[in-house]
Design a protein around this ligand. Structure first.
Ligand SMILES: [Zn+2]
Ligand SMILES: [Zn+2]
Length: 398
């Protein structure tokens, strides 16, 4: 591996920051302490910062030379509302909050890169260091964009990175085009008419209507979507009733829809609504149909992806970069940034969990698992990638 020596030498300090953030997890838009840690480090290293974008967001601005070109490097800072079961020294100090997605590591890797870039400045142009709040469902990326980040800090392209458990340390995975799915949720309330369960003819049974609806929705992916495209429609909750001898008034269906294109989401939403309304009508019931679009699909831009893959190969070697990695049905709000700017998002192998300190939970080291921990061996790899990417993108003219 071609790691940058001063970054490797700085690893202990970056690891200490990573573990400190891990021990103090904060949820969506509440990243006050984390944001403060980031701000203090950047300022200590002489990097001008802008605070307050999307509340706790921070943008560090590193300028060098005369070029107008600019690149954005983005890390997310928030944790998850779940209980950590690890008992090692840096385990979460806050009950019910945990860095189980490795955003502590993402923040630390970008800080490691910032430190090096501020010292050596081997680039011509501007590096924007984007520390984003609220990736886990809060859409912090969307809010930063809505608050004018790309107008105030014009950048030519923006890049993101996520650790990827199961993939070996020192490997990268990326693909042009769709890499992560769009996530959406629905809540559909069927309004029938309650009755004595022994007198069903006096009511309209919302449970039967809801079951018909859920069954019919399963034909959307199998009969309406192109078999060459991927999509998921899962009903994950059905709520109704409170007694064995009462036909209830209402039934609620809740679930998620995932796909890799907005066209597919449009199709699924439209078909779900048609089936819901007509099924309800067929049984003389009413329906409230709510479909909420969360994150759009994450679509990597071809040119920037090829550029980034070349940088990855220079860091870890060609055989360690899968540039046609299999997409995932998981979602990520960096997709909003990639709708606004060209760029690329990559996965960085986090290993199989063998890196974890004594006292880790017995579960797998997977994202959103209570036994998860970010792998500190990634710190110099991720930071080196960020630095080489920025230097290559803002290459000095010779
Ligand atoms: Zn996550
Ligand atoms: Zn994450």
């Amino acid at each position: 591996m071609n790691l940058i020596d001063p970054i490797v030498q700085f690893q202990a300090e970056i690891q200490q920051i990573r573990r400190d953030i891990h021990a103090h997890p904060e949820l969506c838009f509440e990243e006050h302490r984390t944001s403060e840690v980031v701000a203090q480090k950047l300022e200590a290293w002489g990097i001008p910062i802008i605070r307050g974008l999307a509340g706790t967001g921070i943008v560090g601005v590193l300028k060098n030379g005369t070029s107008e070109r600019a690149i954005g490097l983005r890390a997310d800072m928030d944790a998850l509302p779940m209980q950590e079961i690890n008992t090692f020294a840096h385990t979460s100090k806050h009950d019910g909050k945990m860095h189980a997605c490795g955003h502590d590591g993402h923040t630390a890797m970008l800080l490691g890169a910032a430190h090096y870039l501020s010292k050596y400045k081997e680039f011509d142009g501007t590096v924007y260091l984007i520390f984003q709040p609220a990736e886990e469902g809060g859409g912090g990326a969307r809010r930063m964009i809505e608050e004018g980040m790309f107008e105030k800090y014009p950048m030519d392209a923006v890049f993101g990175m996520h650790n990827w458990p199961g993939a070996a340390v020192g490997t990268f995975g990326v693909t042009p085009g769709p890499m992560m799915a769009s996530s959406n949720e629905f809540e559909v309330i069927v309004r029938g008419k309650g009755a004595h369960a022994a007198q069903p003819h006096k009511g309209i049974d919302p449970i039967i209507v809801a079951i018909q609806m859920a069954q019919s929705w399963q034909t959307i992916v199998s009969r309406n979507a192109s078999p060459l495209e991927s999509a998921v429609l899962s009903v994950t909750q059905i709520h109704s009733g409170s007694a064995t001898n009462v036909i209830p008034d209402e039934a609620t269906l809740i679930g998620t829809v995932r796909a890799f294109s907005t066209e597919m989401i449009d199709l699924i939403e439209k078909r779900m609504r048609t089936i819901a309304e007509h099924t309800a009508a067929a049984f003389d019931a009413q329906v409230d149909f709510r479909f909420k679009r969360n994150y759009p699909p994450l679509i990597n831009h071809a040119k920037e992806t090829a550029f980034a893959a070349e940088v990855m190969r220079s860091v870890v070697g060609a055989d360690k970069v899968d540039d046609q990695v299999e997409p995932t049905m998981g979602a990520e709000d960096f997709s909003f940034m990639l709708q606004a700017k060209p760029g690329c998002y990559v996965f960085l192998g986090n290993g199989d969990g063998g890196h974890r300190d004594m006292g880790h939970g017995l579960g797998p080291c997977n994202l959103h698992n209570p036994s998860y921990d970010f792998n500190d061996d990634l710190l110099p790899i991720g930071a080196t990638y960020w630095v080489r990417l920025a230097e290559a993108y803002l290459k000095k003219s010779t």
